[in-house]
Design a protein around this ligand. Sequence first.
Ligand SMILES: [Zn+2]
Ligand SMILES: [Zn+2]
Length: 322
Amino acid sequence: MQSCSPQLTRAQRSAIILKILLSAALRSRLRNVAQAHVPARPGGLRLVLAGVLIGLRVSILASGSSGNVTLLETERTRLLVDAGLGKRETLARLAAVEKTFDHLDGILITHEHTDHCSGLPQMLRIWKAPLYVTEPTLGEMQRILPETFGKRLNGVEPIHAGEHFCIGDIEVHAFAIPHDAADPIGFTFRSNGAKMALVTDLGYMPELVKVHLRGADCLVLESNHDLDMLKVGPYPWLVKQRVLSRTGHLSNHAVSEYLSDPDGFDAIARYLVLAHVSLENNNPDLVRLSAEEALKRRPTESTFTGELLVASQHVPLKPLEL
Ligand SMILES: [Zn+2]
Ligand SMILES: [Zn+2]
């Protein structure tokens, strides 16, 4: 596996933090700094010190069929995953989570559906960042997006499902997901001992996808629709069939099956974020209730003790620090 230099293990991070704590220069300052011991996964204790060292920061700016944008940051690297909002809305959401920046290290696109890439020409104009995308997805985007897209490309890094690559100090793994697009992918991101997984827009949970999601400190997973609401809802029959198909979207029920199964979901995530929630065929309270009920069905030895969150189409989620 390719590694992103400098790649710190969890133990190395703890050692560095302890050194910082012991340094005389910081000792007096630290008296006034909030600190907290947060139990990490078995085998370690993570020391989180406000403002000193963050493994990976995740800001979900928007999630759903009207637009998806997620910002990932370390101390050295800043990435955008999907660009499904226009310039004004993206900048407003960034401002809402107190982010303004001139430099972006890359934009990654999961697939060519417009809720994931319609704002891409504008994002490329603002940040002139390289684009990380599979070739079939790029081909479809060139067909769908306005001509300005091609003119504003500042370099394309072709990626492939099943491949690891590094952007700055973030190691990225792309993997195939079942969805009705040219070459749809999900991602895991690792940096400084933290792992984040992002998978939305998939018709079902293949075993291999479940394997990729294991070990995530933050898991962002689609919980798109309630089956009953979809069936009686406003969508035309053909669209309902598409959403329900093996290359459509994940239902609350499918998510429940996954979350209740210790052989599927390992429950070690500090943050479990349910995302891409349909505005017409679902609601956030139902998503939460369904997931909570599923998590209660887990055996006591593998209880989920993290925080359950539901991402919104309209409001950014609070930044999650891993
Ligand atoms: Zn989507
Ligand atoms: Zn899609």
